[in-house]
Design a protein. Structure first.
Lengths: 302, 214, 180
């Protein structure tokens, strides 16, 4: 019974996360537009796009693997969301957090891009492998600082559970890992720039060169599924960062605000930077951010 | 029917002149019986059309000089994104195809291919006098003159070349037509595919396209 | 530039020369001399850049004229080498081994004028006119307007006013507003 109830709460949580992700996406588009001196689309444009894409006929298919791409992508986002506590200490918001969930979540981060690489390649378009290759190589690069940061936290706290890591920061913002582990936080927040896929690390789906990278052959409902997946993926990642570095949230409102603030960090960077090539972004991530991560690990160990 | 009869509007097989749109006649101006509530089908269609109209994806494909005017549409001065109009990077992800000016026979082939790869519903906006009656390329050996014999055009924007404002007005018209359920060029294309194919084959001499480019 | 023409004259027969501008000289040579002259210009003088390469249809003379525009960027001068070839059997020597960029010009001229350049790569490969069945369209005996009308139709309602007619209207004479 308790499990059923938890499933119900978590499904509602997924829906809220999707809606909030779409809304945030709309706000980001509006923000970019305002920065560029435009009026910009309405903030609810994400919902309209989603609806429109569902009302477009899907007239091609490239075999079963083609369908797996968007499915895996969405599953990755939902997976991250379900296995970390969105709101600590409130049963409906705890989701399915368990002892080793941090490891699982790290795996789910790869999941989406891997799924896109597999599914997109089934489309057979020459641009797909280029985009997928760029995405995967960039991902291997930004995973390094992120994992180093996580290792530093884990070494200090002695637990692989996001729940425990969050509880360890209870008691005011002075306890937040952002302040107590500044090096780990720096490495992780720089890695987040790559994770979110905004400029300067948006070469994966470069719309002008390789139309949209891995998604070249997708259309209609596939795009809608991908959009849903992207929305929840973005929010789930922000919740993870909130739990790891900003002391989690104890109420829905707090969660909304913290997620939004973390999201704005990568948007603020994206608004002013041009795009890196893949080799440049790899060199970037394996340089200073990785070094900062190493320093964080060393500080945590000794 | 067809291009050879000079001075006569070419007709579709249904007897309707090419490019003519439904317009107000006596029967549409006066109520026919009592007003009826929307049926479920109609209301669903209304919702669908509303969503489609509010989120147009313009395929990034320029054929003639008019494509110069497409660039400014995205900039801060004209900003088409405020109407929900964004660029569609591939045919698979776009719903509006802009024929931006003169269309040579060689390009027509590619355009047909791209058009057929777009998922339904899809619309064609034609820019400039070149697409309407040949414009200043009226005696060219390689550019087609009457676009709606080869593709179903929903909105024409005239001018040589039309300003971005005119283009935005055209988009507004298109959105209104979609909401009213009138922008049905793609259905016309499918119902009269043989007629369109015959016209296309007449100008594209080395026809090597597949039967239909899914 | 005249001294330069003298210099050429000493080696090859120059049929006529025509200084168009202080920095642009036009010379005509026989077809047999064309390739040796171009080779000599490319290897021994400053005129080693092929700026433009095109053809003119002299239908009255029954000849095509090939025009090679060579430019000496150091001296900021250009030389136009004109070669007349027979219109009935238009064949010329390819210069793609001197200037690789000539390949596209030669491909285009084959398509637009029907001039063939034996040995040039991409001869007969379609450039712009895919599946063209008529005579090459840039020849002057090709009636473009009639072809366009026949192939692409004509939408009624199109009028054209040319300035002559407007003058006629302004002065109260009978105008010639064509309703095609
Ligand atoms: S209508 Fe005018 S601007 Fe447009 S393609 Fe034709 S010539 Fe160019």
């Amino acid at each position: 019974m308790e499990l059923l109830l938890q499933i119900l709460w978590s499904s509602i949580g997924v829906l809220i996360a999707v809606a909030y992700g779409l809304l945030t996406g709309g706000i980001v588009r509006k923000l970019f537009a305002r920065i560029q001196g435009r009026v910009g689309p309405p903030v609810y444009q994400g919902f309209i796009d989603l609806g429109k894409n569902f009302f477009v006929r899907d007239n091609i298919s490239h075999g079963p693997m083609f369908y797996f791409g968007p499915a895996l992508r969405t599953a990755g986002g939902v997976g991250i969301f379900l296995f970390i506590p969105a709101i600590v200490g409130w049963a409906p918001g705890e989701n399915f957090s368990f002892a080793g969930d941090l490891l699982l979540v790290m795996y789910f981060m790869f999941f989406g891009s891997l799924g896109m690489a597999l599914g997109g390649s089934a489309g057979g378009h020459p641009h797909t492998p280029i985009g997928a290759g760029r995405g995967l190589s960039q991902m291997t690069a930004f995973e390094v600082p992120f994992i180093l940061a996580v290792i530093a936290l884990v070494a200090d706290t002695g637990s692989f559970s996001v729940h425990d890591l969050t509880l360890a920061q209870a008691g005011g913002f002075l306890e937040w890992n952002l302040l107590t582990h500044p090096f780990a936080a720096a490495a992780a927040f720089i890695a987040m720039l790559g994770m979110n896929g905004y400029a300067p690390f948006n070469v994966v789906g470069a719309p002008n060169e390789i139309p949209v990278g891995p998604m070249t052959e997708y259309q209609g409902g596939f795009i809608a599924t991908l959009g849903t997946g992207r929305a929840i993926f973005a929010i789930a990642k922000m919740i993870l960062f909130m739990d790891l570095f900003l002391g989690g949230a104890t109420s829905i409102l707090e969660a909304f605000i913290k997620v939004f603030v973390i999201y704005m960090w990568s948007v603020a960077v994206a608004a002013v930077f041009p795009r890196y090539r893949v080799d440049q972004s790899m060199r970037f991530f394996l340089g200073w951010p990785a070094l900062i991560g190493v320093v964080a690990v060393l500080l945590a160990l000794f | 029917m067809g291009v050879e009869e000079k001075g006569k509007v070419p007709l579709l097989p249904s007897g309707v002149p090419v490019g003519s749109k439904p317009h107000a006649t006596d029967s549409t101006l006066f109520a026919q019986g009592r007003p009826k509530p929307l049926s479920l089908d109609e209301s669903v269609a209304f919702i669908k059309n509303w969503f489609r109209a509010q989120s147009l994806n313009v395929m990034a494909y320029g054929t003639g000089c008019g494509s110069i005017e497409l660039g400014p549409l995205g900039t801060s001065r004209f900003d088409m994104e405020r109407f929900g109009i964004t660029g569609g990077p591939t045919p698979r992800q776009s719903s509006v195809l802009i024929i931006s000016g003169y269309l040579s026979v060689k390009t027509l082939k590619r355009v047909i291919r791209s058009y057929e790869q777009m998922p339904n519903p899809r619309w064609v906006v034609a820019l400039g006098s070149c697409t309407i009656n040949g414009g200043m390329y009226w005696d060219s050996y390689s550019t087609i003159k009457i676009l709606d014999q080869y593709l179903p055009v929903d909105v024409y924007v005239n001018g040589c070349m039309p300003r971005p404002e005119a283009l935005i007005a055209g988009f507004k018209d298109l959105m209104d037509m979609i909401k009213r359920g009138e922008a049905n060029g793609y259905i016309e294309y499918q119902n009269n595919l043989d007629w369109y194919r015959a016209n296309q084959r007449k100008v594209i001499k080395d026809w090597n396209l597949p039967e239909y480019s899914w | 530039m005249n001294e330069f023409v003298q210099e050429i004259q000493a080696r090859f027969e120059v049929l006529w020369s025509n200084p168009q501008r202080p920095d642009l000289m036009q010379i005509g040579v026989r077809q047999v001399n064309a390739l040796p002259l171009l080779t000599w210009l490319k290897s021994n003088t400053g005129y080693f850049i092929l700026n433009h390469f095109s053809a003119v249809d002299w239908i009255e003379d029954g000849e095509f004229q090939l025009t090679y525009l060579l430019t000496d960027y150091a001296a900021r001068r250009s030389l136009m080498v004109c070669v007349r070839i027979d219109r009935a059997a238009p064949t010329a020597e390819s210069v793609h081994h001197l200037w690789p960029e000539a390949v596209t010009y030669e491909q285009e001229m084959f398509e637009m004028f029907g001039i063939s350049f034996p040995g040039s790569p991409r001869q007969g490969v379609d450039l712009l006119l895919e599946g063209w069945e008529d005579i090459p369209p840039m020849r002057r005996d090709f009636d473009t307007a009639a072809f366009a009308e026949e192939a692409f139709g004509f939408r009624p309602g199109r009028t054209h006013t040319n300035p002559r007619d407007r003058v006629a209207i302004a002065f109260g004479q009978k105008g010639f507003l064509h309703d095609h």
